[in-house]
Write a protein that binds this ligand. Structure first.
Ligand code: AMP
Ligand code: GLY
Length: 423
């Protein structure tokens, strides 16, 4: 099979690394890819926003299957256009990608199909939103409706914070994404990410993971795209997985199909495990980054036929097997992230991969044949271990061997699981 992978982050490096191990693979291309992905794929300079160019390239190289990593091309309808051109594609349609592209869309779906989630209201202007906040009181959560690179959510512990967040949204802090605002009840509990494939009819549960969104140790400082993750998430017991499938995933699949938007791709459900059980915080319609890195480390099965079955409506014929070990990834980011940071700082050394550990590239580039950091999140140091505690020790030992002066990382990735393992 000839495969084209779209994307350039740590998630796509993990997908490329795994796809490259498939005996079914004849050729792997990545657009635009990164220097880590270049170890497994031929990099192609394609403007992914130019759907006609992507289709032309796929036809020229006789690509059998396109795997789309990030959300932006999905929300822009790249999967629809590729499928219309007769090319099998992993990733939901533009209509189904609204599950991630519009928080209001997802909340309305939950309301229609009785999917447990925080009570909410949608607003198109500030005053009624503020009245609602005053009536509900704090803590309360303010969300820009559209895609805001993970930064459009304010968990307000006070009413004043909530009112300010509403002003920020309507004053354009998140551009068009903030033209509509969702105000949502605060859910108290432990968060987990649950990954599940769907071909529109059948669901295949993958695995669970836990992300670390805040930039600083002890979950302090501003939100980021994710500073590290581990899998499995111990809060997702077998009972919680079963309840999530039954109460959240299955009604979503059948509801989306009923509404004329069948969902094909990966559901990444952000869950809050509250006293009542699993409640949906949000859906994403692609693999999490860096959660994908830990899932790929733990996946024993060949990824390629699983993704292909998802895309071609034959998910009932495949299964996914997982290693018993835990996996943990530590994100090395540029000093200053998620604020301003220097670009093109040199990375002098990245340790070799082994069976048990691998450094995935996210924001790197080659400049004059030298590896430099170009992004906020730059490397994902990922390792396996018998326990999360052991995976954590392996990952940090490897991270300490990376030579990159302008990099930093959180030192406590996995703390919740490590505390549980000690108890
Ligand atoms: P989201 O972008 O919707 O995942 O929100 C970002 C983060 O805000 C989540 O990972 C949670 O930590 C937090 N959050 C979002 N919605 C809620 C909620 N209703 N209650 C508590 N925390 C929330
Ligand atoms: N790590 C969170 C995300 O991919 O959205």
């Amino acid at each position: 099979m000839k495969v084209l992978l779209i994307g350039s982050g740590g998630r796509e490096h993990a997908l490329a690394w795994k796809i490259a191990q498939s005996p079914l693979l004849d050729a792997l291309y990545a657009a635009p890819g990164n220097p880590g992905i270049a170890d497994h794929a031929t990099l192609v300079e394609l403007n992914v926003e130019d759907h006609a160019a992507v289709i032309a390239f796929a036809k020229e190289k006789a690509i059998d299957f396109v795997v789309i990593g990030p959300e932006a091309p999905l929300v822009a309808g790249l999967a629809d256009d590729l499928r219309a051109a007769g090319i099998a594609t992993f990733g939901p349609s533009k209509a189904a990608a609204q599950l991630e592209g519009s928080k209001g869309f997802t909340k309305d779906l939950c309301a229609r199909y009785d999917i447990p989630t925080g009570a909410y209201q949608r607003f198109k202007s500030a005053e009624p939103a503020k009245d609602y906040v005053r009536a509900q009181g704090a803590p309360i959560v303010i969300k820009a409706d559209g895609l805001a690179a993970g930064k459009g959510v304010t968990v307000a512990m006070t009413e004043a914070e909530a009112l300010a967040a509403i002003d920020d949204c309507f004053d354009g802090a998140f551009g068009a994404a903030g033209a509509e605002v969702v105000v949502e009840a605060f859910l108290d509990g432990e968060e987990a990410s649950f990954f599940c494939l769907s071909d529109g009819k059948t669901a295949l549960a993958l695995a669970t993971a836990q992300d670390h969104k805040r930039v600083g140790d002890g979950d302090t400082g501003p939100n980021t795209g994710g500073m590290g993750a581990y899998s499995p998430a111990p809060v997702m017991t077998a009972t919680m997985v079963e309840r999530t499938m039954k109460e959240i995933i299955e009604p979503t699949i059948s509801g989306m199909a009923k509404d004329g938007n069948p969902f094909s791709g990966v559901f990444f459900a952000g869950l809050m495990i509250t006293g009542k059980g699993p409640e949906l915080i949000e859906y994403n319609v692609r693999f999490g980054d860096p959660e994908c890195q830990v899932l790929m480390m733990r996946l024993k099965s060949d990824l390629l036929p699983i993704l292909y079955a998802t895309a071609t409506g034959t998910l009932d014929r495949v299964d996914a097997e997982w290693r018993d070990e835990a996996a943990l990834t530590v994100v090395l980011a540029s000093k200053g992230y998620p604020g301003a940071y220097d670009k093109n700082t040199p990375i002098a050394h990245i340790p070799e991969a082994s069976e048990e550990a691998k450094v995935f590239h996210a924001g790197t580039a080659l400049k004059d044949d030298r590896l430099v950091a170009t992004g906020g999140r730059v490397l994902n140091v990922t390792a396996l271990g018998k326990t999360v505690t052991e995976a954590q020790a392996h990952a940090y030992a490897l991270a300490d061997r990376v030579e990159w002066e302008n990099g930093f990382c959180r030192r406590d990735i996995g703390w919740q699981a490590v505390a549980r393992e000690k108890a």
